[in-house]
Structures are given as structure tokens and as C-alpha cells.
Design a protein around this ligand. Structure first.
Ligand SMILES: [Zn+2]
Ligand SMILES: [Zn+2]
Length: 261
């Protein structure tokens, strides 16, 4: 039977400050503070981002990489886009792996992969009933950053990593969208004075943002708001992030977290 849900698996939830512990240790010694490069898998088939840990993340989640048909890339920073790993994912395919990326991203050719160049604010049909739109993000401009809107089976996901606040044109574009799931950048912890406010969110910034997102019906009381792209070195332990998120009606992501709506 055809799938009618939107299922998400968080394969990685980290910013760039990776734990020195890697791979197998994650499985034997599961620790919610250990995070790999941020990526999610939608309906077992559509990957958002494929950074330096993606092969391990898929292996640990016991996902056959051949089931991935499309990668939607937020930007070209190495924790989100790793050409070598994507080439490994694309290996031995009859149908090329589709890699959706902003039209002006500077990226190398990848064997067995086909780039789908995206113009911001244009909606593309990736498959039957699967739509993807990139909207401009406030992040390092050299990395061709975009937030992603995925519409699958009539459900709507906003994926906002990486980026601080919202650019005006993006905010105007998403007004009234009432997303079912909204994933937001939460790189920086619960303190004031961090220098990254022009590229990443902090917990205090999210406290300011969420009520305004509600005012403009970008999120509603029904929206699952998820904090991800979390830098362990800038945060307290996971349990404290969970508490801070809960106070805002949000959820703190961890590697392996699953969600279905
Ligand atoms: Zn990042
Ligand atoms: Zn980045």
C-alpha cells in the first residue's frame, strides 16, 4: 500500500563540533550527547544533507543506501555536503542519484549522480506528489545556503538548518504556511553574548522567534517544532536542552530520533 505519512529519521543532529568518538561506539554506548553531522531521512528515500558522517549514520541506522533516491542539500559546508561520500552513495546505480542544490552552488561533478539545480522560491516536483522548494537562508553566502520546504503526501516540512533568524523575503514567503513539522537551527546554547548570531540561532533567539512564527501562522499549536544542528560544546547536556525546548513547546532532536505524522 502506498505511504500516506511523513516519516522522518534524524540521522545526525550536530553542528561542526563533533565528538571524537565515532562509528561503532555510537551503537555500543548510546549517548544522547554524541551527535553526527546533521541529516534527516524522509520516508526512507529522501535525504536532507549528506555530510562527513552520512555513510556511518546510514550504516548505524541499518538503512541500505541504495534506497536513497534523492539528496536535498541545504548548503555546501562539509557537515552538510561531502562529495566523496555522495559518490560512495551513488556507486553502482543504474538510475543516477539526484542531488538537489541551489543553482549557484560551486560543487564538483560526482559519478553516477545528477545535479538538480534549484532556483530559490521555485517549487519542484521530485517525484509523484513530492515537492521541494529552497528558500534563501541567513548563513555563509559562499556556501549557497537555502532552507528547504518538503511537501510529501500532503504534509509540510520546513527544514531551517543552517541559518540565523529569517531573511525578509523568506519570512514573507512562508507566512501562513502552517507547517506540520519545522526543524530549526539551534547551534548555540542557552546563554547571551555568542558571536554567531549572524549565522546560527541560539536558545534565547529561538525564544524570541517562536511566538512571532505563531503570529504569522508559520507554525501553529499543532506543529512539531524541532531544534537540531546542536553544538554540544555550546550547550548543556541533552536533558537540559530537552527542558529548555519543552518550555517553548518544542522538541530537542537527538541522533536516531524518529517522527511520523
Ligand atoms: Zn552546519
Ligand atoms: Zn553551515
Amino acid at each position: 500500500m502506498e505511504k500516506t505519512t511523513l516519516d522522518i529519521k534524524f540521522l545526525g543532529t550536530c553542528a561542526c563540533d563533533f565528538s571524537p568518538r565515532l562509528e561503532n561506539e555510537y551503537k555500543d554506548c548510546f549517548d544522547l550527547n554524541e551527535r553526527r553531522s546533521s541529516a534527516i531521512l524522509i520516508n526512507g528515500q529522501y535525504l536532507i544533507d549528506a555530510g562527513m558522517h552520512i555513510l556511518d549514520s546510514l550504516r548505524i541506522a541499518e538503512i541500505d543506501s541504495d534506497t536513497v533516491t534523492d539528496i536535498f542539500v541545504t548548503h555546501t559546508h562539509s557537515d552538510h555536503f561531502d562529495a566523496f561520500n555522495i559518490e560512495r552513495l551513488a556507486k553502482n546505480r543504474k538510475i543516477p542519484l539526484r542531488v538537489w542544490i541551489r543553482e549557484d552552488a560551486r560543487v564538483p561533478e560526482i559519478k553516477n549522480a545528477e545535479y538538480k539545480r534549484m532556483t530559490p522560491y521555485v517549487k519542484y516536483e521530485a517525484a509523484d506528489g513530492v515537492f521541494i522548494t529552497g528558500v534563501l537562508a541567513n548563513h555563509d553566502i559562499e556556501s549557497a545556503p537555502q532552507h528547504l520546504i518538503a511537501e510529501i503526501n500532503g504534509k509540510k516540512l520546513f527544514y531551517g538548518c543552517d541559518g540565523a533568524w529569517f531573511l525578509t523575503e523568506t519570512f514573507n514567503y512562508i507566512k501562513g504556511a502552517e507547517y506540520d513539522i519545522t526543524v530549526l537551527d539551534a547551534t548555540v546554547g542557552d546563554y547571551l553574548g555568542d558571536y554567531r548570531m549572524g549565522e546560527h540561532n541560539s536558545i534565547p533567539m529561538l525564544r524570541v522567534m517562536l511566538p512571532s512564527l505563531k503570529t504569522e501562522r508559520i507554525i501553529t499549536d499543532k506543529t512539531k517544532v524541532i531544534f537540531s544542528h546542536i553544538a554540544p560544546s555550546l550547550h548543556k547536556p541533552h536533558a537540559d536542552i530537552v527542558k529548555a525546548a519543552e518550555e517553548m513547546g518544542a522538541i530537542a532532536a537527538y541522533d536516531g530520533m524518529e517522527l511520523s505524522i
